[in-house]
Design a protein around this ligand. Structure first.
Ligand SMILES: [Cu+2]
Length: 203
């Protein structure tokens, strides 16, 4: 029991430590986003016609977010932490420019459930170019967020494969999304590139 508590404490410290650099910007962006959200919701509840027009004006960038994720995934599969970091930073930029008014009311709750988490993982991957195993830890959780995002907003017009590797995540197993049917493992890279199976095809 003590070991478990100690382990958890270390995990929290580690996360806090690698997060400290970006705390201020994260907070600022989050409060921006929250005010945007409440504005969007307010608009939708008070004036349906206006919010429908606003939603039609922009499109939620599902395709762009998925493309960024796939780029990150392919960099990790090639054991390239630098490219993974660049893709992570690009994803942060994509997420930052999302216009909340493009999110339909019925999808807002699902979006808000993953938005902050997804951004945090993208930031950490972006900030840890030299620590690919750390990037991969965040990629485990990012892949779960992406699966939820795809469920809500669709696959951006391209077939995606949900893959599973039982050896990733210290033998606990982990999923990822891929644009190709062939397995290219982002968690084990060149150590075991074809470890895993396709669990689901998202058409
Ligand atoms: Cu981190």
């Amino acid at each position: 029991m003590k070991n478990i508590i100690l382990g958890a404490a270390i995990a929290v410290t580690t996360l806090a430590a690698c997060n400290s650099g970006s705390d201020k910007t994260t907070d600022a962006k989050q409060s921006d986003m929250h005010s945007d959200t409440s504005m969007a919701m307010h608009q939708q509840t008070t004036d349906t016609t206006t919010s429908k027009t606003a939603a039609a004006a922009g499109v939620f960038p599902a395709r762009e977010i998925i493309a960024g994720y796939l780029q990150l995934k392919n960099a990790l599969a090639k054991d390239n932490g630098q490219d993974a970091a660049a893709a992570g930073n690009a994803m942060v930029a994509t997420l930052a420019k999302i216009d909340m008014k493009t999110i339909p009311e019925q999808q807002m709750k699902s979006y808000m459930e993953v938005a902050d988490d997804l951004k945090e993982h993208a930031e950490h991957i972006g900030a840890n170019a030299g620590k690919i195993e750390h990037q991969r830890e965040h990629f485990i959780m990012m892949s779960k967020d992406m699966t939820d995002l795809v469920k809500t907003f669709g696959n951006g017009g391209q077939t995606l494969y949900k893959d599973f590797c039982p050896m990733a995540n210290d033998g606990k197993g982990a999923i990822w999304l891929s644009e190709v049917e062939e397995i290219k493992n982002p968690y084990l890279g060149s150590k075991m590139p074809d470890c895993g199976t396709v669990k689901e095809t998202i058409k």
